[in-house]
Design a protein around this ligand. Structure first.
Ligand code: FMN
Length: 177
């Protein structure tokens, strides 16, 4: 296994996935990395919803593509898993969004370390206003209105090699001694 720093540097957004499901054990390891993310005041407020049901993935994809303004686009790149992260406005209204982003970041690194690929897919904030998302929350005994959609991960086994990272832009690091 690569070091954490290597994993951070070699992770890439994956936009092509093998037609291969991911075991529950691996999914739980990825999600665990999200659950262990730091959170404002240690409130552990974000919820992490892992979806492997193909019909539901297709419904979410349809909504996501509509929000993006490109109907009929597979915005999740055929991934067999979607992980939706939402921040709890009730538990941590001031840091709800930031809490969720860190959970997503942790999971992206963890997924890569486990040989999985992921890609952050946007438009979760808007998504929560749609019935398909509201129904998901309702089915889990939650009210979507109490949450802010932060992001989704498309997740699965990468098809093909990962590209190298783009060179890092200069003049973004400063040190004051
Ligand atoms: C907040 C955020 C939103 C993103 N939304 C999308 C998206 O909707 N669709 C997509 O294909 N990639 C999305 N990405 C992935 C970025 O395009 C990707 O991280 C960037 O091109 C750098 O590539 P890398 O992740 O391989 O380093 C998103 C990334 C972030 C951090």
């Amino acid at each position: 296994m690569e070091s954490v720093l290597e994993c951070i540097k070699t992770r890439r957004s994956v936009r092509k996935y093998k037609d291969q499901s991911v075991s529950k054990d691996l999914l739980k390891q990825v999600v665990e990395a999200g659950l262990y993310a730091a959170s404002g005041k240690g409130k552990q407020a974000p919820v992490i919803i892992t979806i492997t049901n193909r019909e539901l993935i297709d419904e979410i994809t349809k909504v996501n593509a509509e929000i993006m303004g490109s109907p009929n686009t597979d915005t999740f790149y055929g991934a067999p898993v979607i992980i939706l992260v939402a921040g709890s406005l009730k538990a941590n209204d001031k840091t709800a969004f930031a809490d969720g982003t860190l959970a997503l970041g942790n999971m992206m690194i963890a997924a890569h370390s486990l040989g999985l690929g992921s890609c952050w897919i946007n438009r979760a904030k808007e998504g929560l206003k749609f019935d398909v998302y509201k129904d998901i929350f309702h089915s889990l005994g939650l009210n979507a209105d109490d949450f802010v959609g932060v992001g989704h991960l498309a997740l699965g086994y990468p098809e093909g090699d990962l590209p190298a990272a783009a060179p890092r832009l200069p003049q973004r690091e400063f040190y004051i001694d």
